[in-house]
Design a protein around this ligand. Structure first.
Ligand SMILES: *Cc1c(COP(=O)(O)O)cnc(C)c1O
Ligand SMILES: [Zn+2]
Length: 414
């Protein structure tokens, strides 16, 4: 049984029937096909009581996903821990700081939530070949789910993609196509993806909205999980590492769904966090620009590879998310991102890649700007594992010791 009422292009407003399974607007205007649900019917089935009897993966919220769960390809995505970060909180001056540890997903980033839904839809539509454009994590996630579903997977990735992400892609059996950036402000993997989709009929599954309306529904489940954990009051603030703004859009829609269902009193303040070297969306929020006025970052430059999309593809919903939630957008320099990764590890035992730790770097800025109060209940999404990208990790304090009985004593006296 489906609760989807239809799809509507975010650019031209054309409506599509859900049963035809559209992925792109037929007018080729790069609009996103926004999915609408029959919330009244959803509310009769999805209640705090009915949730008690369900499994922990994302299909727990099947009424608010755009594919029947009979097509689900399951690797235990979602159901990630919420960690009370007492030591990091004390270090920063926050009494109620929590980490939503998305590194615990099957391929070690939150992108699994998206690709689990994208691949389930591919199965329902009878696709044989899936293709993505990605800095790495989305591709790794798609490759894993494609492997499990027995689909052929092509991945256009930027030339600089990290060894960790490429190793995952290779072992999951994806065809890897590395692409060199040539034109400022343009992600070349995206234009190649569109060509492949139009010329070969491959099923597009990158991790932002205008190219696949189904996968973007997956990350909403993070908000549903937080809505369940915190109860009706919800958290006060949620900090979100942001590149293409698809995650921000999903988090907003997820909280809005729970608010409309009466499961949440209000939508928490949402705070997208971008690296200073790729902050087109943050600047747009701060200058109160409209979506159509956003210029892509000509030369993104940051250690946070997962946050390097030059253009915020879902920035229209992203702007709405910050405005409606009365949130704030912040840009943080690379050294602050690296420090955040160190703090997460040494205070909380959580190992994150720079993109995954960027949200923590945003805490200081929000505190300094007076947005955060020390008593607020604050959730930071930790989106990707440190094992994904080891280039930025400098390991110090290593000494070689001789295999002799008194060697340790000698060394510690030094
Ligand atoms: C993709 C990604 C993000 C950002 O998500 P967007 O939807 O592109 O804004 C954040 N962290 C990690 C680890 C990612 O892979
Ligand atoms: Zn359209």
């Amino acid at each position: 049984m489906s609760y989807v009422t239809g799809l509507r292009c975010s650019r031209c407003g054309t409506r599509y029937d859900a049963s035809t399974g559209p992925t792109l607007c037929l007018r080729h205007d790069l609009g996103r096909l926004d999915i609408t649900y029959d919330i009244a019917r959803v509310g009769r089935s999805l209640t705090r009581g009915s949730l008690r009897k369900r499994g922990t993966d994302i299909w727990r919220y099947h009424e608010l996903l755009p594919v029947p769960s009979t097509y689900a390809v399951r690797l235990h995505e979602g159901g990630t821990p919420l960690i009370a970060a007492h030591r990091l909180g004390a270090h920063l001056g926050l009494k109620h700081l929590y980490l939503k540890d998305e590194t615990r997903n099957p391929t070690a980033s939150f992108k699994d939530r998206a690709m689990a839904v994208g691949v389930a839809k591919a199965r329902q539509l009878g696709a044989h070949t899936v293709v993505t454009a990605s800095s790495g994590n989305a591709a790794a996630a798609l490759a894993a789910y494609a492997a499990k579903a027995n689909l052929t997977c092509y991945a256009f990735v930027l030339e600089g993609a990290s060894v960790g992400k490429l190793a995952q892609l290779g072992l999951y059996g994806a065809h890897i196509l590395k692409v060199r950036a040539v034109r400022p402000g343009q992600d070349p993997t995206v234009s190649l993806l569109l060509d492949a989709v139009r010329a070969r009929g491959w099923y597009p599954c990158p991790s932002f909205g205008p190219f696949n309306p189904y996968q973007v529904e997956g990350p909403k489940t993070i908000s549903y999980e937080l809505g369940e954990k915190f109860g009706e009051a919800g958290p006060d603030w949620v900090l979100i590492p942001t590149g293409s703004t698809c995650l921000l859009a999903g988090i907003f829609r997820g909280f809005r769904d729970f608010h409309r269902l009466g499961l949440l009193d209000s939508i928490p303040h949402l705070a997208p966090v971008q690296p200073a070297g790729n902050a087109a969306f943050t600047r747009a929020v701060q200058a109160k620009r409209r979506f159509g006025e956003i210029e892509p970052e000509p030369h993104p430059s940051t250690v946070a590879a997962g946050l390097s999309d030059p253009f915020p593809w879902d920035g229209d919903v992203g702007l709405e998310a910050v405005r409606v939630s009365q949130g704030a957008a912040v840009a943080v320099p690379d050294p602050a991102i690296l420090e955040a990764a160190r703090d997460l590890a040494r205070f909380e035992g959580v190992f994150a890649e720079p993109s995954g730790a960027a949200g923590v770097a945003g805490l200081r800025s929000l505190l300094e700007q007076g947005h955060l109060d020390s008593k607020d209940r604050v959730v930071v999404l930790v989106t990707g594992s440190g094992l994904k990208d080891l280039r930025s990790v400098a390991v110090r304090d290593m000494r070689t010791i001789a295999p002799e009985a008194d060697a340790l004593g000698r060394l510690l006296r030094l």
